[in-house]
Design a binder for this molecule. Structure first.
Ligand SMILES: [Zn+2]
Length: 396
């Protein structure tokens, strides 16, 4: 970025790459391998080494690529991390969601801000890192299925643990308008299935109503929600200060006069501390297994209650001495720290000892919406941050 001209070129490249990235329909749960191959190719050409990790069906892929330090030092490696999946599109877009469209100062497309914009910036900047006399490794981490409860990242994290990567600074480029986010609650989602015995409604004693047991379970959840409020940490940085719990849906039954043999409950909790999640689950499981289930089995021994984990996104805890926040503050001049209500992969990196910050281009306000866009200027700000990282990663 030494001359006006090269910084224009860099910006143009990031827009070109973002346009390519948006054209891959990487909706959560679907094959993202073409996008990953595209990224891998760019980085490999620059001399990066990389490895991939997969889901069970091998159709969804995480990429972890490294530009090695030319002058290794004791500086911590930097991980630039983004998820490659996007949320589905609903009807009503003014443009094709998978064709990047620039109007005035904005670029429209699914994933423009959440979060292909950040990935595009990192790929556009990679050639500059590759040419620089780096004295620390720079890693590029691109994951799958973040939007569906962070399914991809834990697979990558396992591999990082195996490879002994447990130290470093990670920047997760979720859209924060380049503000520093240093904490969020966890987000745990569950579906609990009840199976009883169908029968005629005129003889309730001969059946086991899955709907009724599900209702008692929901009542228990609401009761525990009050307990969670009491457990709020005194110095909580969150709003509300306590762990929350919400029932998203109850589904069961077929007719007024039939005892329902099946019912399921969708619910979630957002723990402010991990212990709340443990507390809630153990109290709930105890109630289901020791009170409800024996009762159901008295009439129908094959009755069952099954709690399925949809996803447990680890919370991201504030670290007053965070290397990652300090680095970004240093480069942007912004010393503020904020918390957000959405989940990210940050807690997963933090858990293995990597200092992590969430900071990226675009606004969460535009994420997950019809006509998602990123303000082009945000890409420029992100490129500036990446340039600052370069300055901190070469011999002075
Ligand atoms: Zn996101």
């Amino acid at each position: 970025m030494s001359t006006e001209n090269s910084s224009d070129q860099l910006f143009d490249n990031s827009v070109r790459i973002l346009t390519d990235l948006i054209s891959f329909k990487t909706i959560s749960g679907e094959d993202n391998s073409s996008l990953i191959d595209y990224c891998d190719k760019i980085l490999k050409k620059l001399g990066a080494t990389s490895f991939k990790t997969f889901d069970n069906e091998k159709k969804r892929v995480n990429l972890f690529a490294t530009l090695k330090a030319k002058q290794p030092s004791d500086k911590k490696p930097i991980i630039l991390s983004g998820h490659t999946d996007v949320v589905p599109v609903s009807k009503g877009w003014s443009t094709d969601p998978f064709v990047a469209t620039i109007k005035n100062d904005k670029l429209f497309g699914r994933g423009a801000c959440d979060m292909k914009g950040f990935i595009a910036c990192t790929l556009a900047f990679a050639p500059i890192y590759a040419k620089a006399n780096l004295n620390r490794d720079i890693h590029f981490s691109y994951t799958f299925d973040e939007e569906t409860a962070c399914i991809g990242a834990p697979i990558l994290i396992e591999e990082l643990k195996k490879r002994g990567v447990k130290d470093g600074i990670c920047i997760i480029g979720e859209p924060t308008n380049m503000k520093i986010i240093d904490a969020h609650k966890g987000c745990y989602e569950y579906t609990t299935y009840f199976e009883g015995l169908a029968g005629h409604s005129s003889a309730p004693h001969k059946g086991v109503s899955a709907v009724e047991y599900a209702s008692r379970y929901v009542n228990k959840l609401i009761e525990l929600r009050e307990e969670l409020k009491k457990r709020a940490p005194k110095d909580s940085i969150f709003d509300p200060p306590h762990s929350t719990l919400s029932i998203g849906g109850i589904f069961g039954g077929i007719a007024h006069n039939v005892i329902a043999d099946k019912c399921h409950v969708n619910w979630e909790t957002r723990p402010v501390v991990k212990e709340d999640g443990v507390f809630l689950n153990s109290e709930l499981d105890k109630y289901a297994n020791e009170i409800l289930l024996p009762d159901m089995k008295k009439i129908f021994p094959n009755s069952s209650i099954t709690k399925k984990i949809i996803g447990e996104v680890t919370g991201f805890d504030r670290d007053e001495n965070s290397n990652a926040c300090e680095l970004v503050s240093n480069l942007t001049g912004d010393n503020t720290r904020e918390v957000v209500s959405f989940g990210t992969e940050a807690g997963l990196f933090q858990e293995i000892g990597i200092s992590t910050v969430v900071c990226g281009p675009g606004s969460i306000e535009q994420a997950h919406k019809i006509d998602e866009y990123i303000v082009l200027d945000e890409l420029k700000k992100c490129l500036e941050l990446l340039n600052g990282i370069k300055a901190k990663s070469i011999l002075n």
